[in-house]
Design a protein around this ligand. Structure first.
Ligand code: FE
Ligand code: FE
Ligand code: MG
Length: 163
């Protein structure tokens, strides 16, 4: 790790790495949840939902990349074994056994709200202590807020279309 990279961090770097790896587990599971959901979804607004979920899957994968790059920059080891995704996850994974688009949208919405809570808490821990990780987490959180909004908007449109 760069000497100055380390010097400017005013908290235990191991704690930062641990938190980033936990978030990484959630991002991979979220990416797969969105991706597989986009493949199996049926029902209301099928095409819109497919496209939105596929886009979010790409976003979550990009978040995983950002977290991994920061972990490596801090001389940490990113999760190497997918088995650890389940060990380290906070938000979990809901297999989309029912392809109904409303069900799938709600499953993903639950995940987004969990992610928003995690990143918001993480920001509090990092504030004034690790500016660069704080910035990365801010960026990710902003996109999770947009994800929540996008999912809510589709669910709202589905409800309106039923009237
Ligand atoms: Fe994400
Ligand atoms: Fe998200
Ligand atoms: Mg979106």
């Amino acid at each position: 790790m760069g000497k100055q990279t380390k010097a400017i961090i005013k908290m235990d770097v191991k704690t930062v790495i641990k938190e980033l790896n936990k978030a990484l587990a959630d991002e991979f599971l979220a990416a797969y949840q969105y991706w597989i959901g986009s493949k199996v979804v049926k029902g209301f607004f099928r095409k819109t939902v497919q496209e939105e979920l596929a886009e979010h899957a790409n976003d979550e994968f990009r978040h995983a990349q950002m977290l991994t790059d920061r972990i490596i920059q801090l001389d940490g080891t990113p999760i190497l074994d997918p088995k650890d995704w389940y060990k380290l996850t906070t938000c979990g994974f809901i297999p989309p056994k029912d392809p109904n688009s409303i069900k799938i949208l709600n499953q993903n919405l639950k995940g987004e709200r969990c992610a928003i809570g995690i990143y918001n808490n993480l920001l509090k821990k990092l504030k004034d202590k690790d500016g660069e990780t704080f910035h990365i987490v801010c960026h990710i959180l902003r996109e999770e807020l947009k994800h929540e909004n996008d999912l809510e908007a589709i669910l709202e449109d589905i409800e309106l279309s039923k009237k």
